[in-house]
Design a protein around this ligand. Structure first.
Ligand SMILES: [Fe+2]
Length: 397
């Protein structure tokens, strides 16, 4: 990331910075990897340490299916509707391992009446449907359809969504979510061959300084519980901050695809990285232009990764089985590839308008009991059944 600042900060860090009444603002260093990673310095009106009430924690988290067999998997979540009442109730983890979790979230309530902090993981929200604003200590970010919202751990936030369809794909990461290392120079700037650059990243733009007093509930996620803290002041009490650690938005529509004469491998679609997993964006693009090229992907065995594809937009909706909002899981240990007849059919195709998000994990994912509810039992045999022709022929990695 890069340096950003909002509001008022003192000329020198760790020095006296006084409020109009003469008292000191309360400085807070928010740092990662101990004091070795990126950090920001925040200036509060109130001490961030002052708690009014500490309530009992509430168990929170997915249940893993332990006896799920090795098989190609399709989770059809296209018709799910609301997945819960509020933002945290509605987050349904479908697939998980120690490195990341993949959830859907379509809350009935569009505004949060509490603050939320994930104390153990970075979060990436992909806004499949929805429009609103992310409000955090770092300021406001307007968000809309197609946005990735990257929220570092411990950022205190709430979401206000407008009416209309609302559907989020949420990837929670045990490690920091970063831009792709091979696209960065030694000082962190995104290089010329990166599919996106700093101009495409939208940092918080409007600081909210709320000096009100009362009761402010914060739900903190850590170690399979939601911990309920009540503060006597708004956590949005910053007058300024600066640094490298802040939430941001990046639209999948600003990802510039890399294409070639022959079929390009999935890493050209990589958008973010975490430890032991990557997030990729499959966006509208021209197909391969070698005179003998085959736009459909080749069969392949991903011997050390599980591949999850989330189908966001495109004409796969007309195909058998897969719909807008479907997930497929192609686990390591099995080859996968185009469906019968689709390789020949793809020849001569010039472009695709499909849009998808892929999460590749280098350690196996586990299906959850919530995920199992969406399982399509016919999918493992869909390469054998000729009636599957036309299914997902070109965009799948
Ligand atoms: Fe694949």
């Amino acid at each position: 990331m890069y340096y950003h600042r909002l509001g008022t900060i003192p000329a020198k860090r760790h020095t006296q910075f006084r409020q109009p009444d003469g008292s000191l603002y309360k400085e807070e260093v928010v740092s990662s990897e101990g004091f070795s990673g990126i950090y920001s310095i925040l200036y509060h009106i109130n001490p961030p340490t002052r708690i009014k009430t500490l309530k009992e924690p509430v168990p929170y988290g997915p249940k893993v299916v332990r006896d799920y067999a090795l098989r190609q998997t399709h989770l059809n979540t296209s018709k799910v509707g609301d997945t819960g009442n509020d933002y945290l109730d509605a987050r349904k983890v479908l697939l998980t391992n120690a490195d990341c979790s993949i959830s859907i979230c379509s809350p009935r309530e569009r505004k949060m009446n509490y603050f939320y902090k994930n104390a153990e993981g970075d979060e990436v929200l992909y806004v499949h449907d929805g429009k609103g604003v992310l409000i955090s200590q770092f300021g406001k970010i307007e968000i809309g359809k197609g946005d990735y919202i990257v929220i570092p751990r411990t950022v205190i936030y709430k979401l206000d969504f407008e009416g209309g369809p609302l559907r989020l794909l949420i990837i929670e990461s045990a490690s920091p979510v970063e831009t792709v290392k091979r696209y960065r120079n030694q000082l962190g700037q995104l290089l010329e061959h990166s599919p996106y650059c700093e101009r495409d990243i939208r940092p918080p733009s409007e600081l909210v300084t709320d000096n009100s007093k009362g009761e402010f509930l914060m739900k903190i996620k850590k170690q399979s519980f939601l911990h309920h803290y009540v503060y006597d002041h708004s956590p949005l009490d910053l007058v300024g901050w600066d640094g490298f650690l802040w939430p941001y938005a990046f639209s999948i529509n600003d990802f510039e695809p890399i294409t070639g004469r022959v079929h390009q491998p999935p890493p050209v679609h990589q958008t973010f990285q975490g430890k032991n997993f990557v997030i990729c964006s499959f966006v509208p693009r021209l197909f391969d232009y070698h005179p003998l090229s085959i736009p459909a992907p080749y069969n392949h065995s991903n011997i050390d990764s599980d591949e999850v594809l989330y189908y966001a937009e495109g004409n796969f909706m007309s195909r058998r089985g897969i719909e807008r909002g479907s997930f497929t899981l192609h686990p390591g240990g099995l080859p996968h590839g185009p469906h019968p007849g689709t390789v020949e059919k793809s020849i001569g195709a010039k472009e695709t308008h499909e849009l998808a998000v892929m999460i590749d994990t280098f350690r196996p994912l586990h299906l959850t009991t919530d995920g199992l509810e969406f399982n399509d039992p016919k999918y493992p045999m869909s390469w054998t059944d000729e009636r599957a022709e036309g299914f997902n022929e070109v965009n799948s990695p």
